[in-house]
Design a protein around this ligand. Structure first.
Ligand code: PGA
Length: 259
């Protein structure tokens, strides 16, 4: 059975004090209010990983992730952070191939394949992002592009490895824009991604892979988005910076949609 996951992507936001306050608030509310087994992940800036882990404490049900890692294991790569370092801190997840990395830092499918490999080899769960820009959707090319992104960075993995990857479908036009995909659009793309995975790895393996939706998820639209059968949770940017909003999104992932 695939996991349901709600992951917050803090991006490059918050001072240390603000980040720690946000962490304690989320941890407190989750403890008091969240009864389900939804996996919760906070993807913080690198410098906050250790302090956030300390605030959460041993045995917390909230996991911590990074937002990027190097494609190299170790060595003379000034300014880079290795997946092995992240694993040694007890981070469990790493976002790979976010559209902002693809767009502003020129990360392409081949580089991202190497990052996925090193993350898996280091024992981290990659949250691999894919998604189309608006002009591609308007021309009807979204399935082709997302299919190519998944193929370029994931299809070299074997069955055991692909099952350890979380995929996040994030249409670029919905990220940080307040425009969300409709639940029908999200379901269509998630079902498409799963059918591609099934063609490559078989239905049983495809059914085990968690596929998250990302792009302006908030407390008001989360329940509707998460009610689709192939949407297994969310990768949440802006709304993960507000404790109450983020916890409501976690709760929306955890309870069945109202009829
Ligand atoms: P958003 O960001 O929720 O602010 O749209 C999502 C993401 O970039 O992962």
């Amino acid at each position: 059975m695939r996991k349901k996951i709600v992951a917050g992507n803090w991006k490059m936001n918050k001072t240390l004090d603000e980040a720690l306050a946000l962490t304690s608030e989320i941890a407190g509310m989750v403890k008091d209010e969240v009864r389900s087994d939804t996996t919760i992940v906070l993807c913080t800036p690198f410098p906050y990983l250790v302090p956030v882990l300390r605030v959460l404490g041993d045995g917390s049900r909230i996991a911590v992730g990074a937002q990027n890692c190097s494609q190299h294991e170790w060595g003379a790569y000034t300014g880079e952070t290795s997946a092995l370092m992240l694993a040694s801190l007890k981070a469990q997840y790493v976002i790979i191939g976010h559209s902002e990395r693809r767009q502003y830092f020129g990360e392409d499918g081949k580089l991202l394949a190497a990052k996925v490999d090193i993350a898996l080899r280091s024992g981290l769960t990659p949250i691999f992002c894919c998604g189309e820009p608006l002009e591609v959707r308007e021309k009807g090319g979204h399935q082709d592009l997302v299919g190519e992104q998944v193929e370029a960075s994931l299809y070299h993995l074997d069955e055991a490895q692909i099952k350890k990857v979380v995929i996040a479908y994030e249409p670029v036009w919905a990220i940080g824009t307040g425009k969300t995909a409709t639940s029908a659009q999200a379901q269509e793309m998630h079902a498409f991604i799963r059918s591609q995975l099934a063609a490559k790895y078989g239905q049983a393996t495809a059914s085990d892979i968690t596929i998250l939706y990302g792009g302006s998820v908030n407390a008001s639209n989360a329940r509707e988005l998460f009610s689709s059968p192939d949407v297994d949770g969310g990768l949440v940017g802006g709304a993960s910076l507000k404790s109450r909003e983020f916890v409501e999104i976690i709760k929306a992932c955890s309870t069945p949609a109202s009829p």
